[in-house]
Design a protein around this ligand. Structure first.
Ligand SMILES: NC(=O)c1ccc[n+]([C@@H]2O[C@H](COP(=O)([O-])OP(=O)(O)OC[C@H]3O[C@@H](n4cnc5c(N)ncnc54)[C@H](OP(=O)(O)O)[C@@H]3O)[C@@H](O)[C@H]2O)c1
Length: 255
């Protein structure tokens, strides 16, 4: 098995690490020459990885190609390349439609859109993809797993869900800052908050019922969790989150 990457930035590096780190029979991986520093670091760490002289060399060396450049340059990068009918193009680009990708990468027969996540580096990225595709499934199952929505337009819904990470971390950081305001040492507040939310994340991963059930388990009737939740709901926080997500979805679908 071998893979080519056109665009060797953050997300490509995460996938390459997941495919390579501590893997006995790691696939051969061919990287485009940009970004030089990322490619150099990956080749130093992993013997199965090499940097090619140009983007076309990546296509000439591999059949399954992961596209991981920024969306605005996708057309320019793809139309500059000569694809073969047996190429499988796996795009990691947010918001670039299948119809466009198929046109720009013709005559590549198989084109897939995906949403890989940085935990691919630890083989923990649940990657949404559309349409279902054997080569993409093989790649992303080996770095965490795959989920296939019913329609292409659902990918934007999944992307929108991932736009909440920074806000979620800011919520956690607000709690730590509030603890510090109350006189708790900064490092202690940060470590404590990271621990309790890290454990909550584990509980989420291990829970297989509805999220409402899990919420209920963390709430005693009349207790302090219920009080805070009620205050936030009364203050309109869930409505604000939904409204902001609607805005992200509109932005992604109008691209
Ligand atoms: N980061 C994430 O968590 C994530 C998750 C899912 C999807 N994505 C998608 O993945 C794509 C890449 O994101 P990223 O965060 O990895 O961005 P990034 O770190 O900026 O990587 C983009 C890479 O493309 C390279 N590049 C620029 N022009 C090129 C060209 N003409 N030919 C080949 N490579 C070229 C850049 O090289 P230079 O450094 O030399 O400019 C850079 O290494 C985006 O479309 C994004 O929507 C990202």
């Amino acid at each position: 098995m071998n893979y080519g990457f056109v665009g060797t930035g953050e997300i490509a590096a995460a996938i390459v690490e997941g495919l390579s780190k501590d893997v006995d029979d790691a696939p051969s991986i061919f990287l485009s020459p940009r970004s030089r520093s990322v490619g150099q670091e990956l080749t130093e760490r992993f013997p199965n990885v090499q940097v090619c002289a140009g983007n076309q060399d990546v296509l000439d060396n591999a059949t399954t190609i992961v596209l991981a450049v920024r969306p605005p340059i996708a057309q320019e990068v793809l139309t500059d390349l000569t694809f073969r009918p047996d190429h499988v193009l796996i795009s990691a680009l947010a918001g670039v439609r299948l119809t466009q990708l198929r046109e720009w990468a013709a005559p590549a027969a198989e084109v897939v859109r995906t949403i890989p996540l940085p935990p691919a580096a630890r083989r923990q990225s649940l990657t949404a993809m559309y349409p279902d595709n054997t080569a993409a499934r093989t790649l992303f199952d080996s770095v965490g797993g795959t989920v296939v929505p019913n329609e292409e337009k659902d990918l934007e819904v999944f992307s929108a869900a991932t736009s909440t990470f920074a806000a979620h971390l800011d919520y956690v950081s607000t709690i730590a800052a509030w603890m510090t305001d109350q006189g708790v040492e900064d490092t202690t507040a940060t470590a404590y908050t990271a621990h309790i939310f890290g454990q909550l994340g584990q509980a989420l991963l291990q829970h297989d019922g509805s999220l409402e059930t899990l919420t209920g388990k963390h709430m005693t009737p009349g207790g302090i969790n219920e009080q805070l939740l009620t205050d936030l709901r009364t203050g309109g926080v869930p409505d604000t989150v939904r409204h902001a997500l609607d805005g992200i979805l509109t932005r992604l679908r109008d691209q």
